[in-house]
Design a protein around this ligand. Structure first.
Ligand SMILES: NC(=O)c1ccc[n+]([C@@H]2O[C@H](COP(=O)([O-])OP(=O)(O)OC[C@H]3O[C@@H](n4cnc5c(N)ncnc54)[C@H](OP(=O)(O)O)[C@@H]3O)[C@@H](O)[C@H]2O)c1
Length: 335
């Protein structure tokens, strides 16, 4: 790959900072790195390859000569600036908005649908919600054994899903409560410390949150199976980093557990951690800093072996966002 000029919008946030680290770790060929954030951060510096890079404010000329623009600020910032970046000829990768809200955007998890990515054709790449990636990767493998019929999912999503503010607010709440003082809700709908909240996203007219609807829609698209029945409840839990989920998976016909295990073992992007007798199974604390989706507790849920239960965990800031976004560009450039 030839060295590229890269723009990171939202460079000072949880996703932006992780993205800069991932570009460095993967030795992504960067000729020039431009970092953008809000006016509050102008004058700050972030290190990249041992060199401090100044954080700037966005303006109409920010994307001139940019090859790839990563959008990880807010949806409204992307709405204003992504069309400008696209117009300037940049390949745009967006983590801020549901793919359905982006006209002509391509939703990508490279291990599932990256093979056909073409940087000339797919100018706007959309990153799925982090938990979509965590669920879609193992489900795609299970579906390669026997067609899926129904999936019932509960996700347990960490507070870093709400960005730096989510992490700060949980830390403050823990401190206040342990010191016998009341905790402020901060960016959460309820006290988050020492609690679990069955709400990620916002409620509209229906009984599901916009986040739950988004994840279900993205799963059907990535799995290429619009007849699959998906029921999902998303929980916010007092964990700083790393998401996890419990899945009940029903197949069209009975399937051998060894076949499922083999499919998961062979798959890129998945690590099977399944020796429950030794206490080996996926947990958010062990997924931190790991790029694979960790899968375990695989077991039949009925005598006919037509249904299974499984547990998964993943670092939401790595494969959930930063790593997936960089992999999309690597793949699009290669193809
Ligand atoms: N966290 C996750 O696990 C996750 C997963 C998937 C998708 N996402 C999405 O990724 C995006 C970033 O999330 P995050 O967790 O990194 O949030 P965050 O920690 O709150 O960071 C937000 C970033 O946006 C910047 N920003 C805010 N207003 C801006 C403006 N007007 N112009 C330019 N930059 C502006 C902030 O700059 P300042 O520091 O200067 O305020 C900061 O760099 C969000 O849209 C989120 O929905 C997050």
């Amino acid at each position: 790959m030839i060295p590229l000029t890269i723009a990171v919008v939202g460079a000072t946030g949880a996703v932006g900072r992780q993205l800069i680290e991932v570009l460095e770790e993967r030795e992504f060929p960067v000729r020039n790195l431009r970092l953008y954030a809000s006016e509050n951060s102008v004058g700050d510096f972030i290190d990249f390859c041992d060199e401090p890079v100044a954080v700037q404010a966005l303006d109409k000329d920010s994307f001139i000569d940019v090859d790839v623009a990563f959008f990880c600020a807010t949806q409204s910032v992307s709405e204003e600036f992504l069309p400008r970046a696209k117009q300037a000829g940049a390949l745009c990768v967006d983590a801020t908005a549901p793919w359905i809200a982006r006209e002509a955007a391509t939703l990508v998890v490279p291990e599932i649908n990256g093979a056909s990515l073409d940087r000339a054709k797919h100018r706007v790449l959309s990153n799925p919600a982090s938990v979509t990636t965590m669920l879609a990767l193992p489900l795609a493998q299970l579906a390669s054994c026997v067609a899926l019929k129904k999936v019932v999912i509960t996700t347990f999503e960490s507070v870093s899903g709400c960005g730096i503010k989510g992490v700060d607010d949980l830390r403050k709440q823990c401190g206040e409560l342990l010191n016998g003082r009341p905790a402020k809700k901060g960016c959460f709908p309820h006290q988050m410390a020492f609690n679990c909240v069955p709400q990620v996203g916002t409620f509209g007219e229906g009984r599901e949150t916009d986040h739950e609807q988004r994840v279900q829609m993205e799963l059907l698209h990535l799995l290429g199976n619009d007849r699959l029945e998906v029921a999902l409840t998303a929980m916010r839990v007092p964990v700083f980093y790393g998401d996890c989920a419990s899945l009940y998976v029903e197949f069209d016909q009975s399937v051998d557990v060894n076949c499922l295990e083999q499919a998961l073992t062979d798959a890129p992007g998945i690590e099977l951690l399944d020796d429950a007798s030794q206490g080996e199974y996926p947990m958010p604390i062990d997924s931190a800093g790991v790029d694979d989706v960790q899968v375990g507790r695989l077991r039949p849920a009925n005598d006919a072996s037509t249904a299974f239960q499984v547990f998964v965990a993943m670092d939401n800031l790595r494969k959930g966002t930063a790593v997936n976004m960089v992999q999309m560009v690597e793949q699009a450039w290669r193809n």
